[in-house]
Design a protein around this ligand. Structure first.
Ligand code: CAA
Length: 248
């Protein structure tokens, strides 16, 4: 797909990896729609990318997602690419014992990570693919997974959700190919973003030592993977791993 003139919807596009993708794709001539939770972050992102349009919504809320995609249809006419990028973490061990006391992770800490990362990706892909099919145009859905899908200490919820979006990828690839819609995943490793900055410094430094390249990735190194996924029409149903060679 030639990105120039195409409409790209990026969830979580107002910051971190999403904003880096938005900037890279806008520079190649794409029209950008950013969906994000926080209107203030969207306003800041639009200052950087004045041609982009921002939509405030909680992607785990079905009605809000339906409303936002209706607005995007009115504003842009169609959607060519959806990047399911919005994600949250809420790390913690499932159970732990300290000084003889066993504590358990509350469901209220676990569930929202599934709601946003997994259910949110489903809802956005459902709406975007319905628009693509209706417009009888080709399309692409890029699901942002993570190296954590292999299982990472303290990330039961996030690892499960990120493994889930890979399962979505192969499922939707098979369901949507007949409409000329490709579905792919990108699995970043540890990238310099607000998300990794929340990891305790000593833990992050140990992780960094296990990365063969001995450094965290840069957001633009994920954005260039997104560009590859868009431009290569035979890349379908697979996971592009961009992690410096790390194995968890
Ligand atoms: N591998 C193996 N063991 C680990 C570990 C790791 N990566 N991280 C922690 N542990 C072990 C500790 O050594 C410790 O073991 P002991 O009980 O034997 O001492 C035990 O787990 C508990 O560690 P803490 O004392 O730190 O416990 P805590 O409850 O204060 O914190 C934690 C636990 C929340 C998991 C914290 O260690 C943490 O935040 N770890 C980092 C989690 C992580 O990697 N998050 C990635 C965020 S970035 C991201 O998600 C983006 C992406 O896509 C990659």
């Amino acid at each position: 797909m030639n990105i120039e003139g195409k409409t790209v919807v990026i969830t979580g596009g107002a910051g971190g990896l999403g904003l880096s993708m938005a900037s890279a794709l806008a520079a190649k001539g794409a029209s950008i729609a950013i969906i994000d939770l926080d209107p203030a972050c969207i306003a800041t992102a639009i200052e950087v990318l004045p041609a982009a349009k921002g939509y405030a919504a909680n992607i785990s809320d079905e009605e809000q997602v339906e409303r936002v995609f209706e607005s995007i249809k009115q504003d842009f006419g169609c959607v060519d690419v959806l990047i399911n990028n919005a994600g949250i973490t809420n790390d913690g061990l499932m159970v732990k014992q300290r000084e003889g006391v066993v504590s358990k992770t509350p469901l209220a800490k676990f569930q929202p990570v599934l709601d946003v990362n997994l259910t949110g990706s489903f809802l956005c892909a459902r709406e975007a693919s319905a628009l693509m099919i209706d417009a009888q145009s080709s399309g692409l859905i890029i699901n942002i997974s993570s190296i954590s899908r292999a299982g990472n200490v303290g990330q039961s919820s996030y690892a499960a959700a990120k493994a889930g979006v890979v399962a979505f990828t192969s499922t939707w690839c098979k369901e949507l190919a007949k409409y000329n819609i490709r579905v792919v995943a990108i699995a970043p490793g540890f990238i310099k973003t607000a998300m990794t900055s929340k990891v305790p410094a000593e833990v992050l430094s140990k992780i960094e030592q296990t990365i063969p390249l001995k450094r965290l990735g840069e957001p633009n190194e994920i954005a260039s993977g997104v560009l590859f996924a868009i431009e290569n029409d035979y890349f379908n149903g697979r996971v592009l791993e961009i992690d410096g060679g790390l194995r968890l």
